[in-house]
Design a protein around this ligand. Structure first.
Ligand code: ZN
Length: 457
């Protein structure tokens, strides 16, 4: 079945909601734009049959690339698979010409944790192996034993298979930061400079946790087989087709996970309870997946974590809680834990339900997001948006809502400022994994954003 990157224009809110409710099109939620002449434009991915149905229903559809055909061609930009583990571990992202393969990401983590960096880098082995039996690793970068007085910053990537570049961004971040600290130098990224003193203070006073490849099975499958693969590789239910493999890890967290119970039946939510949904199957229960368990384990194991950034593509935007509904800061009792509002959540632009976010938290979260936005702009002038995660299409079970909600569910847990950053322009060809020349620029932008965030946090 051919799938295409398309740009769709719908005439009103209902038409947009029906992209998900009726047509089950894979929408790039955060690319939605309101048009001056009325209606909306949004980037999506759809089959030929879905495109025909959209045209019949009155949408305007601009067809771009065949994402599988062009994505297959993009797969040659992965590798080149160095022969020895030692060669792979010393492969620098800075100056590279191809995406890191799954094995290379793991080798690079070992490379950063090499004995020369022993005094300030440690390698963390995640406890749950994946469905295809891979072991994941993370890094702690920080010169002292972890303690509650040192703020921890948790950077996550590689959750969605097809979004190849997030792992490269985080490996580059870890390589550049550890190199600069060891050699007492600064870091230059396009038009953005970080001084040796800023690098030193960061590593001496904070802990940065870097988990760059949370879903290696899905990333490998996308890089070598099906370029548009998003989910993990949980086996399909017995007797079903190979399309029914996998869970969308970023709908599997324990935040309003049982969306059928918590959301209005008319909400245009992309989450799916059908395992055969190509993109958004939520899994058999909250936190059912080994990959999700690993992400959560990092929070539980490192209670000094105070902020969290989950890297995804694509929208050129920085997103903060909440994703289940529009925000409000006046009625604390109207919140995700209150059963009086079950069945009312997830309708955009209405008053029946709005998720509570305290104003001082909102202001602090947005201020740090603006720090990232400014750092990105200094690299080569791209301007990212800063907005709540909720778009015309609500979500449940995502990492950033889960991370921020932890302290509200259990007051014994630390408050975590949480973000999803969606790198890359919708206008890149194969925007989930753009041509590597463009990806290299994005790696510089995101590395700058993350460094600026860690310094400001
Ligand atoms: Zn993603």
């Amino acid at each position: 079945m051919r799938r295409y990157h398309i740009v769709v224009i719908g005439r009103d809110d209902d038409a947009l909601a029906d992209l998900v409710r009726r047509h089950r099109v894979d929408v790039a939620r955060h690319t939605v734009e309101q048009l001056e002449r009325g209606g909306y434009r949004i980037h999506c991915h759809a089959s030929s049959a879905q495109i025909r149905a959209l045209l019949t229903a009155g949408y305007v559809v601009e067809r771009r690339e065949d994402v599988d055909r062009v994505g297959k061609a993009r797969q040659v930009e992965v590798g080149p698979f160095p022969k020895t583990r030692k060669a792979a571990s010393s492969r620098a992202v800075f100056g590279a010409t191809r995406y890191l393969s799954v094995a290379e990401v793991e080798a690079c983590l070992t490379g950063v944790a090499d004995p020369r960096n022993d005094s300030f880098v440690s390698l963390i082995t995640l406890p749950n192996t994946t469905w295809e039996n891979r072991t994941c690793h993370a890094l702690r970068i920080g010169r002292a034993a972890g303690g509650m007085s040192r703020p921890g910053i948790y950077l996550l990537g590689g959750v969605h298979g097809r979004e190849w570049g997030s792992s490269d961004i985080l490996i580059n971040f870890a390589q550049r930061l550890s190199e600069a600290y060891r050699t007492h130098t600064g870091i230059r990224l396009g038009g953005q400079n970080f001084t040796a003193a800023q690098v030193r203070t960061l590593v001496d006073t904070k802990d940065v946790y870097v988990f760059p490849q949370a879903n290696p099975d899905g990333r490998h499958f996308s890089m070598t087989r099906s370029p548009m693969w998003r989910k993990n590789r949980r086996p399909a239910p017995p007797g079903s087709s190979p399309d029914c493999v996998g869970v969308d890890l970023n709908r599997n967290y324990d935040f309003l996970w049982d969306f059928v119970k918590y959301f209005d039946a008319a909400a245009p939510i992309v989450n799916a309870i059908d395992p055969c949904d190509h993109d958004n199957y939520v899994g058999p229960e909250a936190t059912s997946e080994p990959e999700t368990k690993n992400v959560v384990w990092m929070f539980d194991e490192n209670p000094n974590i105070r902020s969290f950034i989950d890297l995804h593509s694509y929208a050129e935007g920085i997103f903060y809680p909440w994703g289940d509904d529009d925000n409000q800061s006046t009625t604390p009792s109207m919140n995700f834990g209150n059963p009086a509002f079950d069945g009312k959540r997830g309708i955009p632009n209405d008053d029946a339900y709005l998720e509570y976010l305290a104003e001082d938290d909102r202001a602090a979260i947005v201020s740090l997001a603006n720090t990232m936005r400014e750092a990105i702009q200094k690299v080569r002038g791209r301007v990212y948006s800063v907005e709540p995660s909720m778009s015309l299409f609500p979500t449940a079970g995502t990492s950033n809502d889960y991370a921020y909600a932890r302290h509200l569910v259990d007051p014994g847990k630390a408050k975590v400022y949480a973000y999803t950053v969606k790198w890359g322009s919708p206008d890149n060809p194969t925007p989930f994994h753009p041509p590597y020349g463009e990806m290299r620029e994005i790696i510089a932008e995101m590395t700058a954003a993350l460094l600026a965030f860690c310094i400001a946090m």
